[in-house]
Design a protein around this ligand. Structure first.
Ligand code: GLY
Ligand code: MN
Ligand code: MN
Length: 404
């Protein structure tokens, strides 16, 4: 038997919650985007009624007035494909009536190695409660199964990701036409949010980074409160979420519409690294080998830019390669319902994976940071760039900026 819980609702202040964000595994398995829901899967259940059951919060007049519409049973059947839909108050009795026919109970602990919550989340609290009531069952991890399922994207998941990428691209082109010296980072953010909302994105995939000049050196900058100055480059990392699927885009553009010669050299170096790295995103590639290869390509570009010394590189400690001074983050991560999607770091890439490709060069002494990031689907014959239509060549970017 496997039991999955919806995500917690998080209080923002009195009478206010943060926007609800469904648990990724729960959404993946059920398509149900509503709080407090529970999914029970028990394919060997001796009672055929309870092989696959969804439990939902029952609405009432008070909830309807204060929170709005909740799923009816019929709507939930349609959204999830699950026939057996019950209200939550039936959960305990139904569970009790069948749990003794299962030996192993799979619970959905969050094993994303980047997830470090300070407080116990819903599935964890549920596990503790269940252990108290049913101490002699074997409790098992659902996470490794979900990890291997979620990493291979289905057609509909690819379509939703593509839509998120397309909306993101439209916002980028809008920004290209909007940016000029003196504009504030938050004004650019407003343009992006406007484009996302008008195309019915379900939100930003993550807090957008609008980092002009030296701010681009801060990898997770999102103050977005500075003025963009003539002569600076702005590093953007923003993307839309659509139907709970995420895009992830980075671009770097000149505030005044023309890169300086030096900026252009760095830009083209990053773009070459991105192109060569993208070519390696194919089935069978292993993470560590990939990152080692990208490191070599980046090292050679950094030597070309005069940032690293060839002799120093020859003598470098392979465990602490010198390129990390200017390129200190990973090149790729899986992308899906989570922006940094849940996946094994050790399994070779497979057909159906979607990965980002996002090299960058950050030079504090030049107040310059450049990152370019596209989203890549691995296919049978190689890969497909889901952001192939979003301008990326320096000249193309400049042409749009100067085309008003
Ligand atoms: N936007 C987060 C990342 O690029 O990984
Ligand atoms: Mn990004
Ligand atoms: Mn990324």
């Amino acid at each position: 038997m496997a039991i999955f819980n919806a995500a917690d609702e998080y209080t923002r202040s009195g009478d206010q919650n943060f926007l609800f964000k469904q648990n990724a595994d729960f959404f993946y398995l059920s398509g149900i985007d509503q709080e407090q829901s529970i999914l029970l899967l028990f394919p060997d259940c001796p009672n055929p009624l309870y092989k696959e059951v969804l439990f939902l919060r029952q609405t009432n007049e008070h909830i309807a007035v204060w929170e709005g519409h909740k799923y009816t049973k019929e709507e939930a059947r349609k959204a999830s494909g699950i026939e057996a839909v019950y209200w939550l108050h039936d959960f305990e009795a139904i569970l009790h009536s069948i749990i003794h026919y299962a030996d192993h109970i799979y619970i959905n602990t969050n094993e994303n190695d980047r997830y470090l919550p300070g407080v116990p989340y819903r599935d964890l609290r549920f596990l503790e409660e269940l252990r108290g009531k049913y101490p002699l069952h074997y409790y098992e991890r659902a996470a490794p199964i979900l990890r291997d399922l979620r990493v291979i994207k289905s057609e509909v998941e690819i379509e939703l990701t593509q839509k998120a990428c397309d909306i993101t691209g439209d916002a980028f082109v809008r920004v290209l036409k909007f940016v000029k010296p003196g504009v504030a980072e938050y004004e650019i953010e407003a343009e992006i949010s406007h484009e996302f909302l008008r195309q019915r994105a379900t939100g930003h995939a993550y807090n957008p980074i609008i980092a002009s000049g030296r701010n681009a050196i801060v990898l997770h900058y999102n103050d977005n409160n500075q003025i963009c100055h003539d002569g600076d480059v702005i590093l953007f990392d923003f993307a839309a979420e659509y139907g709970n699927y995420n895009a992830d885009l980075s671009r770097s553009i000149p505030v005044n519409g023309r890169f300086t010669e030096r900026q252009r050299k760095v830009y083209d170096a990053v773009l070459r690294v991105m192109r060569q790295s993208t070519a390696m995103l194919v089935a069978g590639t292993v993470w560590n080998d990939y990152h080692d290869e990208v490191g070599k390509i980046m090292t050679s570009e950094l030597i070309g830019l005069g940032l690293l010394d060839r002799h120093a590189v020859e003598k470098q400690d392979p465990k602490a390669p010198l390129y990390k001074k200017y390129f200190m983050h990973g090149t790729s991560h899986h992308l899906g319902i989570d922006v940094h999607d849940y996946a094994s770091r050790y399994k070779p890439f497979e057909v159906g994976n979607i990965l980002t490709c996002e090299p960058g060069i950050y030079i504090p002494e030049e107040n310059l940071g450049i990152r370019i990031e596209n989203d890549i689907l691995i296919t049978e014959g190689g890969n497909r760039d889901l952001m192939a239509n979003i301008p990326v060549e320096a000249k193309h970017v400049e042409d749009i900026m100067n085309s008003k």
